[in-house]
Design a protein around this ligand. Structure first.
Ligand SMILES: Cc1cc2nc3c(=O)[nH]c(=O)nc-3n(C[C@H](O)[C@H](O)[C@H](O)COP(=O)(O)OP(=O)(O)OC[C@H]3O[C@@H](n4cnc5c(N)ncnc54)[C@H](O)[C@@H]3O)c2cc1C
Length: 432
């Protein structure tokens, strides 16, 4: 029998496996339904709290991740959709902000390729821990442990089960029976292209560009290897005005064995055509960049979340039951406003600490959940408020209504300190 069976090999599952194997000697497996790690570049914000979580697990791992972080982009600029400059963070001021963060919190923050981050975590795990092509079908719990059944007919047993299987979690649907998350009524397209000198594109660590207003949120940012990533998001009603029909509830996973909606949405040329139509409402620079992108690399997905207030239902009992808990998006799906990944990394360290302190039993799992719920609920509230103002014409004015003033939120977010994990033998190579 395994000590811990983790379902889902996304950031939550991989990082929990690292934190757990760092803090004690455990028999762990991560079961992932995909055949391999995702092989494409998409940038994700890695903030101070996420970086602290990495450092709490292993200094060498932290240093490897730090090398990949595109430092809080010197020279970020904000435009409206008419291409007028709203704010120009000069290189000097952004750089000093970057230095200030590092000085104040001891860690940097910035963008990282989600793929590279997962690859580093995967390589840092002992070989064979991650089992690909294992899509969970169901599980049953007995007094001593949990039996998992996979679609490929394989079975596994673990003393504890961690559901890290994303927003449309199969584990959650069997555990809490609370249905799938709800659509936020927005659609997001992403793409990437090689940097080229003639298109006014931000390059590498130099700068990023955000375009707001006209009910569209879009951005471009340089990534390592001379790649430029872009994102463009819009509300469904605006997409429909542009002739792009959206059924955000189609395949939304009411039966969680269905693929998550981001898999079910079009990608490649049909996603690209749909994006081109919506991009007509965006700044010319965005239209150009979408136009220059190879259609095959464009992806489209809806954004799904659960109300922050729902978490309060779980304050007493926790979001797990018996020997089963949830982690990351399975526990608290968030809008992509910059904290989903970071909160997920926080989860991993806190879970490892509770299991190390209290043993592999239901009480340790409940103690983990109860510690996490108040903080996660506050972050979700802020995230939902930010998400709901992102498509207004005057985003800056709407910020006055956020639950926490931006500065207070930054202090709350960055001030988090991870618990001190005991130093077990490191799994990670010493070369930083
Ligand atoms: C487009 C986008 C941009 C984002 N940008 C940011 C950002 O800038 N900053 C930030 O902090 N966060 C961001 N986020 C959020 C962040 O990516 C997520 O919070 C984070 O990925 C959560 O990780 P997870 O492992 O819980 O879920 P996921 O990344 O969804 O991983 C779940 C894993 O479980 C697997 N799985 C699912 N079902 C099964 C099953 N039945 N059996 C086995 N395996 C299964 C899936 O294949 C997947 O590998 C963004 C999210 C999106 C979608």
């Amino acid at each position: 029998m395994l000590d811990i069976a983790i379902v889902g090999g996304g950031p939550a599952g991989l990082f929990a496996a690292l934190a757990l194997s760092k803090s004690q000697k455990l028999k762990i497996k991560v079961f992932e339904r995909a055949s391999s790690l995702p092989g494409f570049v998409r940038g994700t914000g890695l903030d101070v709290n996420g970086m602290k979580a990495f450092r709490a697990v292993d200094e060498n791992l932290f240093l490897r991740i730090e090398k990949e972080v595109v430092g809080l982009v010197a020279g970020a600029t904000e435009f409206n959709q008419q291409g007028e400059l709203l704010k120009d963070h000069s290189k000097a001021s952004r750089q000093s902000e970057f230095d200030k963060i590092k000085e104040e919190y001891g860690v940097p923050a910035g963008m990282i390729s989600c793929f590279r981050m997962q690859q580093i975590m995967f390589e840092a795990l002992p070989e064979g821990i991650v089992q690909f092509d294992h899509a969970l079908q169901g599980y049953t719990e007995g007094p001593e442990g949990v039996t998992l059944t996979f679609q490929n007919q394989a079975q596994a047993q673990g003393r504890c089960l961690i559901g890290a299987d994303g927003s449309f979690s199969c584990v959650r649907s069997m555990l809490l029976h609370d249905g799938p998350p709800a659509s936020t009524g927005t659609v997001t397209w992403r793409g990437r292209l090689p940097w080229r000198p003639d298109a006014g594109l931000p390059r590498g660590r130099e700068c990023d560009q955000t375009y707001m207003g006209n009910r569209i949120l879009a951005g471009l940012y340089g990534m390592p290897d001379d790649l430029v990533c872009w994102v463009l998001a819009a509300p469904v009603d605006l997409c429909e005005q542009q002739g792009v029909a959206c059924d955000t509830h189609a395949n939304a996973g009411s039966d969680s064995t269905q693929p998550a909606p981001c898999d079910a949405k079009p990608s490649g040329s049909s996603a690209h055509e749909r994006c081109m139509k919506v991009a007509q409402r965006a700044a010319l620079q965005m239209q150009n960049v979408v136009g220059l992108t190879s259609p095959g690399t464009t992806t489209e997905h809806g954004i799904y979340t659960r109300p922050a207030a729902e978490l309060e239902k779980y304050t007493e009992a926790g979001w797990g039951r018996g020997r089963v808990t949830l982690l990351g998006n399975a526990a608290h799906p968030m809008r992509p406003t910059g904290q989903g990944l970071n909160v997920t990394l926080e989860d991993g360290v806190v879970l490892a600490w509770h299991l190390q302190q209290g043993g592999l039993n239901p009480s340790s799992l409940r103690a983990f959940e109860q510690e996490r719920i108040p903080r996660v609920a506050q972050m979700m509230q802020q995230d939902q408020a930010l998400g709901s103002i992102a498509f207004q014409d005057d985003m800056k004015a709407a910020m006055a209504d956020l639950p926490m003033a931006p500065d207070n939120y930054v202090t709350f977010r960055n001030g988090w300190e991870p618990p001190k994990l005991p130093l077990a033998a490191s799994n990670f190579g010493s070369s930083a």
